[in-house]
Design a protein around this ligand. Structure first.
Ligand code: SAH
Length: 197
């Protein structure tokens, strides 16, 4: 039973990551055709992206493929795996809705695009960074789906590095581009978690 829960958790994690890429790919393609007016791709931001990739894909991928580091395994629980599946499914839903809402304004890094519009509707009416909310849900899902004290929580570390290296700069960039419009938008929204943070 518990062996099955571990296997199911790993399979769901793989399916979740594949789903993540299926959602993202069309936006990546489209983004290539929208001109960038100003970019703030810094070394710190690239480091954040690498941290997220390592914590949320490379290390858990190695764990799923090889079992490394086996000494950090703990006995899996069906309930925790089920919670992880719910978190991951919610992550993918929020991820897709935010991409659709952001549309041609989306960038993998900090950039202002031609005819950039401030999006403040849909999930953006509740939080300023719903896409990062979806990363947080995904990292939580990973922590619950993989019964390993290293490969599970390391996604949360990768997320935190990306988020905290980026969020102030992103908001400053939006402020310098949209001025008072973004200022009032900030006053009525939270960053990641509706009504809380
Ligand atoms: N932080 C947002 C967007 C991530 S994509 C989220 O988590 O949902 C990053 C790009 O989105 C940035 O380069 C910025 O140009 C753009 N962006 C961020 N917030 C935006 C908003 N409210 N409206 C339009 N573009 C936004």
């Amino acid at each position: 039973m518990s062996i099955a829960a571990a296997t199911i958790g790993k399979i769901l994690w793989v399916l979740g990551v594949v789903g993540w890429y299926v959602i993202r790919y069309p936006f990546e393609r489209r983004a290539r055709r929208v001109r960038v007016v100003s970019g703030r791709r810094t070394a710190a931001d690239s480091l954040g992206l690498i941290a997220a990739l390592v914590g949320m894909a490379v290390l858990p991928g190695i764990y799923v493929a090889t079992g490394f580091p086996r000494q950090a395994d703990y006995p899996p629980s069906g309930w925790i795996v089920a919670l992880g599946a719910i978190a991951f499914a919610a992550a993918l839903a929020v991820f897709r809705i935010s991409h659709k809402q952001l549309g041609r304004n989306w960038s993998i890094t900090l950039e202002i695009r031609e005819k950039h519009m401030l999006v403040a509707s849909g999930p953006y009416a509740l939080v300023r960074h719903p896409m990062y909310t979806s990363f947080l849900l995904m990292a939580l899902g990973q922590a619950l789906l993989l019964p390993n004290w290293f490969a599970g929580p390391v996604g949360l570390v990768g997320f935190a590095v990306l988020f905290f290296l980026r969020v102030d700069k992103e908001e400053r960039m939006m402020l310098s581009n949209f001025g008072p419009e973004y200022r009032t938008y900030m006053e009525r929204t939270k960053r990641l978690i509706p009504y809380i943070y």
